[in-house]
Design a protein around this ligand. Structure first.
Ligand code: MV4
Length: 446
């Protein structure tokens, strides 16, 4: 097992990893930027090292300084968390070269899942359902038009180095395709350094259902109950829940087995997430695979009793997957991401000093946060300041606990999305559980 882990991240996920290390009796060293000098994660780690100035490019993305911090502190592993370098195959390779374990999958797995067109081809070869579309990259508009005609409009153009919704275009007909294709290539080149595009049939009103995977370094893979992540705005997830109100045990087993095939196709190890689109006829299609621990992992922990970060660390250290029965979820969990944003003003960021910060608690409530009263929210990083997770025996109980928690949660000095979440918890469509990825624009009108 590792003796010392360097946490190459900040905020709530850095604190979350420190907590897991503490329970495993592993020493921790956390890196930070200048502005994060006195953050909760630096206070709770055994050591902290400043790796650069506030902009992420000079600190949390500064690979050379992070590796130096690992060498200086004698860390034998690095946990990247999510975001920043978590899915950077070059960083994983540098760790390997320096004999520091990267707590995640192999650099090859990160690379292949980072190339979305290649990921589709791998999944198709392994019998994982994919959306009808192009075989690999399409470079010429003529070929794009031919493929689109074959699968039928509307289609969706996607950047192979994009993901998470970036670089996507929905196309209704051939004229639009001919007008959009080149600009989509140029935008992909400008945004991701790779102009490669692929085409898929556009699935109308899909749900975003994702499966947590845990896998050891000996080829054993387990799926855990799904997470419903359809409540998103501009491809930013806002609310997640497990299990999905749309998935019954039979569909769970079918999708879970497909997720295992996906992981085995790339010799996946540690923890990862296979994202699917679920259409209105309960057909599901591989969308993407995320090769990191995700923001929303707590809802899976609440319905399985697992500590996914401890699992991830033990699996990265080469421990075997302790064989588990196929998981049916235990009760129901919901997560609301609380952001420092003014949702009445198009969710614009609301940085500043938090004057009041009283967290909710009581039965079935967990909060994952790294801020406190008096904390100044820096403008350099993402706006999420806390996650509130509720758990209950039923979805109804989980919702009632989330409502209570949101009413208890007091934050002063900045605008937050607490009241937005409170709105959703009262929304009839949400309460029925029959919602899709258009929920925010169609039902909340934001
Ligand atoms: C799609 C789609 C419909 N049809 N692909 C969005 C982010 C990236 N994960 C893929 N996404 C989508 N891909 C096909 N063929 C609709 C979306 C989509 C979406 C998917 C999941 C959750 C929220 C979404 C919001 C808008 C579009």
């Amino acid at each position: 097992m590792f003796k010392k882990i360097l946490i190459a991240n900040r905020g709530e996920i850095a604190l979350r990893i420190i907590r897991a290390c503490r329970e495993l009796s592993i020493n921790t060293v956390v890196i930070h930027s200048q502005v994060d000098q006195d953050s909760f994660s630096t206070r709770h780690a055994d050591e902290s090292i400043c790796v650069g100035a506030d902009p992420a490019s000079e600190s949390y993305l500064n690979m050379a300084n992070i590796i130096s911090a690992a060498e200086i502190s004698g860390a034998d592993a690095i946990h990247p968390g999510y975001g920043f370098l978590a899915e950077n195959s070059h960083f994983a390779e540098i760790c390997e070269t320096c004999n520091i374990t990267f707590i995640g999958p192999s650099k090859e797995a990160i690379l292949s899942m980072g190339d979305k067109a290649r990921a589709r081809e791998i999944m198709d070869r392994e019998g994982v359902p994919i959306v009808p579309g192009s075989k690999g990259i399409i470079n010429k508009v003529e070929r794009a038009a031919k493929t689109a005609k074959k699968i039928g409009y509307p289609v969706i153009l996607k950047a192979t180095s994009g993901g998470g919704g970036k670089g996507m275009r929905i196309v209704e007909n051939e004229d639009e395709l001919r007008n959009l294709f080149t600009s989509a290539q140029n935008e992909a080149k400008a945004s991701f350094g790779n102009s490669g595009l692929y085409i898929e049939k556009y699935i109308k009103s899909p749900r975003h259902i994702e499966f947590q995977i845990i896998a050891d370094k000996r080829g054993n893979v387990q799926y855990l109950p799904e997470r419903e992540c359809s409540i998103q705005r501009k491809h930013q997830k806002l609310i997640e829940e497990s299990p999905s109100p749309s998935v019954d045990s039979k569909l769970r087993r079918r999708m879970g087995k497909a997720a295992i095939r996906a992981a085995k196709a790339i010799d996946y190890a540690t923890v990862g997430t296979v994202e699917f689109l679920l259409d209105e006829n309960d057909k599901f299609y591989f969308m993407e695979m995320n090769t990191r621990i995700q923001v929303e992992h707590p809802v899976t922990e609440e319905v399985t009793g697992l500590d996914l970060v401890k699992e991830q660390i033990c699996l990265a250290a080469g421990h075997p997957l302790t064989p588990k029965k196929s998981f049916e979820p235990r009760g129901h969990a919901i997560e609301c991401r609380i952001n420092a944003e003014d949702y009445k003003k198009d969710f614009r960021p609301s940085p500043g000093i938090v004057t009041i910060f009283n967290l909710p608690g009581g039965p079935g409530i967990r909060n994952d946060t790294a801020i406190h009263s008096g904390y100044e929210i820096p403008a350099y990083y993402d706006s999420m300041i806390a996650k509130i997770i509720s758990h209950g025996n039923t979805r109804k109980e989980s919702i009632s606990r989330m409502k209570r928690a949101l009413d208890e949660f007091e934050i002063g000095g900045i605008k937050t999305t607490i009241d937005f979440h409170r709105l959703v918890m009262d929304n009839p469509i949400f309460l029925k559980g029959k919602y899709n990825t258009h929920f925010i624009e169609d039902e909340i009108g934001l």
